[in-house]
Design a protein around this ligand. Structure first.
Ligand code: HEM
Length: 520
């Protein structure tokens, strides 16, 4: 996503310069966080030989407009909101955004002319290496770390959570009056909204917890490796099955004798098989993995004490969860309102586990006009940006990808634009009603969303990615993990999470990582 890159540069420059302390007699630089031979990666194509789909700006603008829902009056908390997804809770939206920022960052391609992915640089390594957390490491970016060069620094204490008395915000610069206080972090985009900002802070806290758990005799490199392994475990065992579903996972991994995903088996990847080094496929970064934009809710409760707030507001419309600033300190997140902890409190409205919105061809109204701190005019519609970017990047149509995968493409009359709700489904128009140029020719991002929407039966039907979207996302995740010589799948395939952090059933999900982080 677009971020004020100059803000990060300013923040870094304003931060106190610390001398990097010597650590265990190692040479400076040897422990630098990347453990990647580069801090950058490459973009490329999954389906090289498929033709680019042809559109024009007018029809894409019309489709984008139809995909933005009308502004709704918020549903009262004790009532079910029809757009809520019973299969995915709201925390996975922001874990998804966090993962995106770990894998891919394209600050350079153009929305106004055609782009060649082969000539673009991914400003993140296409690996689950938490480069968005570690930056370039304590030697190169000492202002992210405490004086011991092992623990991360934090900002202000946050209040309001009934489960996290220790909550902390990100460290920030102290700008001249009038300018917002920018977060001092490895990827400025992880301060884009108040939720992803606190997820980033929790990852820093999890690292610090690991430092304290493993003790002073464990090197920074080994601590970092353990943090990465735990995060990769969550990505593979919790996030991915939640988003793509058991069926797609079982197609790739096979199943155990009791019908579960056989994570110990060699995965069967049909489409993402990089010949030399792994790259970031644009079909993933510009289309399939942008499915998360449809999961964003218009309004969130962060804790039981503060008011619910809209994700974004237009200027003058009051407080919101917009980021890139020091937000109100009473907004500490109670993660039990975002993830199923197994023992969530009974639902009294304020204690309700908030579902994500459904994966469908509708984005909530605030995403139709993003705040200027996130996207500059005239490209402030997130739907518009996604559609334009896909076209400029020369992506094939959704139907072409489906055929290539050996699937029968969904017929045009079933590719509907709008919410997957009982009230709106009967009136949703098909994509070809927006323009006949979309006949058998749907933008890949739209197709992935419309494909997920085929699962809709009634308001409480859980909706995950379908066969095209799920396969692209799952293959890219698993392929990147397998390609990365430093991933736990390659370094230590028998790795299991530290028993100090697992839940009562011995599992380690995102909520368990967040709970472990609370001790730091
Ligand atoms: C409030 C939440 C979010 C906002 C405001 C947001 C906004 C944006 C913006 C403005 C862009 C740049 C679009 C462009 O210029 O092409 C972007 C890119 C992207 N977003 Fe989001 N996003 C959000 C959540 C998510 C989630 C939940 C996911 C996935 C689960 C996601 C996945 C992506 C991906 C893959 C990109 C392309 C990144 C790159 O290669 O540079 N985003 N987002």
């Amino acid at each position: 996503m677009t971020a004020p890159t100059s803000g990060f540069a300013t923040a870094a420059a304003a931060a106190p310069i610390r001398t990097a302390p010597g650590r265990h007699g190692q040479l400076r630089g040897l422990e630098s966080a990347g453990r990647s031979d580069q801090f950058e990666g490459r973009f490329g194509r999954l389906f090289r030989h498929l033709h680019p789909a042809e559109f024009d700006e007018t029809i894409l603008a019309a489709l984008a407009q139809a995909m933005i829902a009308d502004a709704d009056v918020p549903t009262p908390e004790d009532q079910v909101d029809d757009e809520e997804n019973t299969g995915i809770s709201a925390g996975y939206t922001y874990l998804g955004q966090f993962i995106d920022h770990d894998l891919t960052f394209d600050p350079a391609s153009s929305l106004q002319k055609q782009d060649d992915p082969d000539s673009l640089t991914d400003f993140r390594t296409p690996r689950f290496d938490l480069d968005c957390v570690y930056g370039r490491g304590p030697d190169d970016q000492p202002y992210l770390y405490q004086n011991d060069g092992r623990h991360f620094l934090f900002g202000t204490g946050l209040t309001g959570s009934t489960t996290d008395a220790n909550a902390k915000g990100l460290p920030r610069n102290t700008p001249a009056s009038g300018d917002p206080a920018r977060a001092l972090i490895g990827d400025p985009r992880n301060d884009e909204n108040v939720i992803v900002s606190q997820l980033q802070a929790s990852m820093l806290r999890f690292h610090n917890r690991m430092v304290d758990t493993l003790g002073p005799s464990t090197s920074f490199t080994d601590i970092q490796q353990q943090v990465r392994f735990h995060y990769q475990w969550v990505v593979l065992h919790d996030f991915l099955p939640t988003i793509v579903g058991q069926e797609t996972m079982i197609k790739i991994f096979g199943k155990t004798s009791d019908g579960k995903i056989n994570f110990a088996a060699k995965p069967d990847l049909d489409f993402f098989k990089p010949k030399r080094r792994a790259f970031m496929p644009v079909e993933f970064s510009v289309a399939a993995y942008r499915f998360g934009h449809s999961m964003v809710r218009p309004i969130y409760r962060l804790n039981q004490n503060a008011d619910r707030l809209p994700i974004f507001n237009l200027p003058g419309q009051g407080e919101s969860l917009v980021g890139f600033r020091d937000f109100p300190h009473n907004l500490a997140i109670e993660w039990e309102l975002f993830f199923n902890a197994g023992n969530n409190p009974p639902n009294t409205g304020k204690t309700r586990l908030q579902p994500a919105y459904k994966i469908d061809t509708s984005l909530v109204n605030p995403l139709g006009t993003l705040p200027a701190s996130i996207a500059q005019a005239p490209f402030q519609s997130l739907a518009g940006r996604n559609l334009l970017r896909g076209w400029r990047m020369g992506l094939p149509s959704g139907q072409a990808v489906a055929r290539h995968m050996g699937l029968t493409p969904i017929s045009d009359d079933k590719l509907k634009v709008g919410k997957a709700t009982e009230a709106e489904t009967p009136a949703n128009q098909s994509i070809t009603a927006i323009s006949p140029k979309f006949k058998n020719n749907a933008p890949l991002w739209f197709y992935v969303l419309a494909e997920a929407q085929q699962q809709f039966v009634k308001n409480d039907t859980p909706i995950r990615l379908g066969p095209v979207g799920g396969r692209i996302v799952a293959e890219v995740f698993i392929g990147l993990l397998l390609d990365d010589g430093n991933s736990y799948l390659r370094q230590d395939p028998n790795f299991t999470p530290n028993a100090a952090f697992t839940n009562a059933s011995g599992q380690f999900n995102m909520i368990d990582l967040l709970k472990a982080a609370r001790a730091a």
